[in-house]
Design a protein around this ligand. Structure first.
Ligand SMILES: Nc1nc2c(ncn2[C@@H]2O[C@H](COP(=O)(O)OP(=O)(O)OP(=O)(O)O)[C@@H](O)[C@H]2O)c(=O)[nH]1
Ligand SMILES: [Mg+2]
Length: 332
């Protein structure tokens, strides 16, 4: 199951209390203080594991608690620190404070780690409170409490290009034609229910990560079809690829609707670099292809995912845009 939005609770360990203790030695009737410090509470970390691609595990386990620090001991021995807990998440996971909505971290690289809840520090033992006026302090600090937080985790897949289109336009077919991915393809709408990512090999050291998301229809922004929730996965791609269904006479009308729906979701989305592709031209005759090419001019790419026509031109167009730095187009 693909899960891209979860809420979890994290709680770090409390610091252990400091110890009140006095040295007991033979022939020393009143030894000095020797109470050790409490151990530090364990922390809760969230760390990227590139083997993961869903937040599913967190759907079933919602609470993560690190253990408390141990109390300090006599003989100036510190208590043991609590054990840390690490929650593993896929690359592209954003962490928000669920109460304030503040973005706390945006974890991208494999191994990247964020301390979500810091363990409380241990209390100081009574050794620390010895002074010229108080040689036998009967006081130690209590440990500091850990933190408890509700977090919202949102997964935004990391891709270079995002496929946007009506159901049945052939988005999954295109992903399959260009990458090793094996998405489900069928002639009924909403075949794709969850995003898929495919790696398109371009040159020896160059790849394009392509994201196929569920189809969008008129009214998706008000919840029609599968809604627009999946657009979060194309929000940080460098390029949008509008895929239009050449089997339909009104495919250009679809293009306008798609742009409007995207704008409803996030007004900046349609301002990203984009490519418009007309698919299924294997169903067109030569004359029709020539006419449409003349009519639309530059900026439109004619392809057939099924017959693998025009895919090299498409790759080149994606690469051109991918080179334009993604950073300034990035938004949340
Ligand atoms: N003739 C022809 N048919 C195609 C082409 N590309 C896709 N199809 C067919 O169109 C239908 C829908 O293809 P999908 O790839 O599942 O479409 P999709 O856009 O992923 O659809 P959803 O997942 O429902 O949004 C399937 O029957 C495909 O075989 C093409 O280039 N030419
Ligand atoms: Mg599909």
């Amino acid at each position: 199951m693909f899960v891209d939005l979860v809420e979890i609770e994290v709680k770090s360990g409390n610091g252990g209390p400091g110890c009140v203790s006095f040295r007991r030695e033979k022939f020393v009737p009143k030894g000095g203080p020797d109470g050790g410090d409490g151990g530090e509470g364990g922390s809760v970390f969230i760390q990227v594991d590139s083997n993961l691609n869903t937040l599913m595990d967190l759907k079933y386990r919602k609470s993560y608690k690190a253990t408390n620090g141990q109390p300090g001991k006599g003989g100036n021995k510190s208590g043991e620190d609590g054990k840390d807990v690490t929650v593993r998440v896929p690359p592209g996971t954003m962490i928000f404070n669920a109460e304030t909505d503040e973005l706390l971290a945006d974890l991208i690289e494999d191994g990247e780690k964020y301390r979500a809840a810091k363990g409380g520090i241990g209390g100081r033992g009574n050794t620390h409170f010895k002074s010229p006026t108080n040689q036998s302090p009967r006081h130690a600090d209590s440990g500091r409490p850990g933190e408890r937080l509700r977090l919202r985790l949102e997964l935004k897949l990391i891709a270079d290009v995002g496929l946007v289109g009506y159901p049945n336009a052939g988005k999954s077919s295109l992903l399959k034609a260009m990458s090793e991915a094996k998405p489900k393809i069928a002639d009924y709408p909403f075949t794709t229910l969850n995003p898929n990512i495919g790696i398109v090999n371009v040159e020896e050291f160059e790849i394009i990560r392509m994201a196929d998301i569920p189809g969008i229809i008129d009214g998706a922004s008000v919840g029609k079809g599968l809604g627009l929730q999946f657009l979060r996965h194309i929000e940080r791609t460098s390029v949008l690829l509008y895929l239009l269904d050449g089997e339909k006479n009104d495919f250009l009308e679809d293009y306008n609707v798609l742009k409007q729906e995207l704008e409803q979701y996030n007004w900046r989305l349609p301002t990203k670099p984009s490519i418009v592709c007309i698919n299924k031209i294997d169903l067109w005759d030569e004359e029709m292809i020539t006419l449409w090419k003349a009519e639309l001019g530059e900026g439109y790419i004619f392809i057939s995912a099924k017959e693998k026509i025009g895919l090299d031109d498409l790759k080149a167009a994606i690469l051109k845009h991918k080179g334009e730095d993604n950073k300034e187009n990035e938004f949340e």
